[in-house]
Design a protein around this ligand. Structure first.
Ligand SMILES: C[S@@+](CC[C@H](N)C(=O)[O-])C[C@H]1O[C@@H](n2cnc3c(N)ncnc32)[C@H](O)[C@@H]1O
Length: 307
């Protein structure tokens, strides 16, 4: 770890402007997520209203399909890095439901409020038991204070769909640098599908809103753009076990502006429960996610070279 240029305060390493200047957009995004997290942290992380509830089920919410279906049970990891970790929703879920443990957890997030809340919830729920938890408040697209090839597993959820494409490329490049060869990667809700018939209305309006006014607005990617950015970042070469997969399927938007689309929800549930044919998947995939195929048994370590 190289923390020169960081200020250590309240258990968090803050990237200082002397270390690397924050752009106006980064400062705006940070302030907006801080404000949003103070208002309703569940909404800020999952887009579902928390309505003041802070129990485990509300905090974790149902948006955990990739982790539920593809993350292995009871596995130990050396070093894990989470990008855009928020209040720690994913490690909270993995520790509680999958018996996940690691020796070192690095959490990166642009919002101080999110990271302070992660510390609080870790005490409250006891997730990541026994791990050394190191938190960095910085933009994910800036250089990480970690050595080359020093991380075993990288995880992220709902970060990359909110970043500008040039920042996605920079951040994935950093992951490509710090990940060990043969390392493992899980990126959930990262690449909203630009061909999806269920979000054409959002994709059409995408250029209109300045990022600093709506930092959480969704960016869209085609599958080939995802494959390209992963190859160029060096991640594909390091993670031979990685798969780009559809997260789920939907045919129609459930709402356009304030209007509900009749039968859309039922139709989407139906199509999501099927396995649409190959030609159709391009249009009904809601977003693409990444996961590594991991061999071994519960109790085994997830470590590069073994996946
Ligand atoms: C939608 S939330 C998801 C949080 C968490 N991964 C989860 O699934 O609950 C997006 C998170 O990314 C953080 N974030 C947004 N832009 C960022 C950036 N450029 N660099 C680092 N973190 C960022 C926000 O502060 C927020 O915590």
């Amino acid at each position: 770890m190289q923390t020169q240029g960081y200020i250590f305060r309240d258990g968090i390493y803050h990237l200082s402007s002397e270390g690397q200047a924050w752009s106006t957009i980064q400062t705006d995004v940070s302030e907006q997520y801080d404000a949003w997290a103070r208002q309703d942290i569940v909404h800020a992380t999952t887009a579902r209203k928390g309505l003041g509830r802070k129990d485990y089920t509300t905090l974790v919410s149902p948006n955990v399909r990739l982790w539920k279906e593809h993350f292995p049970e009871g596995r130990k990891v050396g070093t894990v890095l989470e990008m855009g970790c928020g209040f720690g929703r994913i490690p909270l879920y993995l520790s509680t439901e999958k018996g996940f443990t690691c020796s070192t957890y690095y959490g990166v997030d642009i919002s101080e409020t999110m990271l302070l809340t992660l510390q609080r919830y870790r005490e409250q729920f006891g997730f990541l038991p026994g791990a050394r938890v190191v938190l960095f408040r910085q933009p994910a697209e800036n250089r990480l204070p970690l050595e080359d090839t020093s991380v075993d597993v990288v995880i992220s959820c709902a970060l990359y769909n909110h970043l500008r494409k040039q920042d996605v490329a920079k951040s994935l490049g950093e992951i490509g640098r710090v990940l060990k060869p043969g390392g493992v990667i899980f990126l959930d809700r990262s690449f909203a599908n630009s061909w999806s018939t269920s979000s054409w209305h959002m994709a059409l309006g995408r250029g209109r809103i300045p990022i600093n006014l709506k930092p959480y607005r969704t960016r869209f990617f085609s599958r080939s753009e995802v494959v390209k950015v992963l190859r160029e970042s060096g991640i594909t070469a390091k993670c031979p076990s990685m798969v780009v997969r559809p997260a789920g399927y939907a045919l129609l938007p459930t709402k356009v502006k304030w209007f509900s689309v009749p039968f859309a929800q039922r139709l989407n549930q139906w199509i999501d429960s099927k396995h649409p044919p190959g030609w159709m998947q391009r249009f009904v995939t809601t977003h693409y996610v990444l996961s590594s195929e991991i061999s071994g048994q519960p109790g085994d370590a997830i470590s590069p070279g073994r996946s």
